[in-house]
Ligand binder design. Structure first.
Ligand code: GUN
Ligand code: FE
Length: 448
């Protein structure tokens, strides 16, 4: 059993941040958390472990333990173009760069190379749980799943489905798409990995017929598996979807039975109030992807509006619409977007005249709330918070050991809040020195 002694931080809800300054955290051999708190001596005396069973790890004054980051929305194949081609809005970007790239994943050796790199890169940035879109190609999507298992990352993995409004070189029939999805789910369940699960993945309403959406909704229900897709990301996209489905964007998914408590939808930038109410009613979550929403000119997503309506929100990198693979970056970008929204809502911009959506009561996101979105919020959004997201007893030890002195030694000792602030606001993933999933070290200090 490993005992960490030092500063430990996590959240219990959106507004409940908890820290133990001279705390302890005990991890059992099976990777589960069996003790956490301030009073190590009384925990030890009530548990009667022999000293030989215990390995103590003392954290330095610049180090702390926190839950691992959760990326609720990332496109694994798009890692091959991340940081590139961000000069167009969504629909042009898909046709110009993204569909041609994803079509290349019928080549399994190419897929292996990219998928190995994306799992390494996300682990390096502290992502202990990721919800991945792969491509239409079944075989290479299985390669991604095996790679996550091999590297020890917790993951939801989806074979992407699209049967219309897609280029000829990258489209399936309804039958192919549904059949490959079922095969994928059973192959993945056959891996018998406790870390990697399948998720049903219609690309977005625009690239799936009503019939295919319905088939996918039926599979999700019958097999009781997760679902992920995109919703209301870009205004041009929203108009086309409404024209085709003759209902709202959320309505299109709901008619197919795709809005479930195990569903996470990326973006939701332009959702109407009624759609938000429907998501709340279905317990469907949103993955907020601030970097992507800026890079693809999609808009500013008001997460405070979603959260106050009772919708569960996590963060996503949305690589490669997002230009960063790091949830630490997404956390900071979410804070930026929230500040920018406040400028708009309070007319805090020189020369803009009247605010478009004035809201003098708007309250911007706080850093501890954004920390929640990046950890427990994400785990809840992916319906995996019974296993991960914070350090409650009995959960798996999915954690980061952060050392804020890696990049630069602080000029004075920092208290617990300042350690977290320093980590968040200086935004450097080199400060993440060790990463654990289910108690196993998946990133070692020397790989920095
Ligand atoms: N909508 C449909 N496909 C995609 C994609 O690959 N990225 C983003 N950001 N939005 C999408
Ligand atoms: Fe996306």
């Amino acid at each position: 059993m490993r005992i960490y002694r030092g500063t430990i931080v996590h959240t219990k809800s959106f507004d409940e941040f908890e820290s133990f300054e001279n705390g302890f955290l005990a991890v059992a051999e099976d990777g589960k958390i069996i003790g956490v708190g301030n009073d190590y001596d009384s925990w030890l005396s009530s548990n009667k472990f022999s000293p030989a069973e215990l390995t103590e790890v003392r954290l330095s004054e610049n180090q702390f333990l926190m839950p691992g980051f959760v990326d609720c929305h990332i496109h694994a194949p798009q890692y091959a173009q991340y940081g590139l081609g961000l000069d167009m809005p969504l629909l042009d970007w898909l046709n110009t760069y993204t569909f041609p790239l994803e079509a290349k994943f019928s080549d399994q050796s190419y897929a292996l190379k990219v998928y190995k790199s994306v799992v390494e890169a996300t682990i390096r940035c502290g992502t202990t749980l990721a919800s991945y879109f792969a491509t239409n190609n079944l075989e290479s999507t299985l390669i991604l799943a095996r790679e996550a298992v091999r590297q020890g990352q917790r993951a939801l993995i989806g074979k992407v489905c699209s049967n219309c409004n897609s280029p000829d070189y990258y489209v399936e029939t309804t039958e192919e798409s549904a059949k490959a999805t079922e095969t994928f789910v059973s192959e993945l369940q056959g891996l018998k990995s406790p870390l990697v699960l399948p998720t049903i993945t219609p690309r977005f309403a625009l690239s799936c017929s009503k019939e295919l959406l319905k088939e996918l909704g039926d599979i999700a229900k019958r097999l009781d598996v997760h679902v992920q897709s995109h919703i209301s990301e870009n205004l041009a996209e929203v108009e086309v979807v409404k024209g085709i489905f003759k209902t709202s964007y959320a309505g299109a998914y709901d008619e197919a039975g795709l809005l479930t408590k195990k569903t996470v939808m990326a973006h939701g930038v332009h959702l109407e109030d009624e759609e938000i109410a429907l998501l709340k009613q279905r317990a469907t979550s949103i993955a907020h992807c601030p970097a992507s929403n800026t890079m693809l000119n999609s808009g500013l997503c008001d997460v405070q509006r979603l959260i106050s309506a009772g919708v569960t929100v996590g963060l996503g990198t949305d690589v490669s619409g997002g230009n960063s693979v790091s949830i630490q970056d997404a956390l900071l970008r979410a804070l930026d977007v929230s500040k920018h929204l406040e400028f708009f809502k309070k007319q805090n911009i020189r020369g803009t005249g009247e605010a478009k959506n004035p809201d003098p009561k708007y309250v911007q996101l706080k850093y501890k709330q954004a920390f929640y979105l990046a950890t427990l919020g994400g785990a809840k959004a992916l319906s995996l918070d019974h296993l991960t997201g914070n350090f409650m007893l009995g959960k798996e030890f999915d954690a980061l050991l952060v050392d804020v002195s890696v990049v630069e030694e602080p000029v004075r000792p920092l208290n617990v809040n300042e350690l977290v602030e320093k980590f968040i606001y200086t935004g450097n993933d080199r400060n993440i020195v060790e990463v654990f999933v289910a108690g196993k070290r998946v990133k070692k200090p020397e790989s920095n």
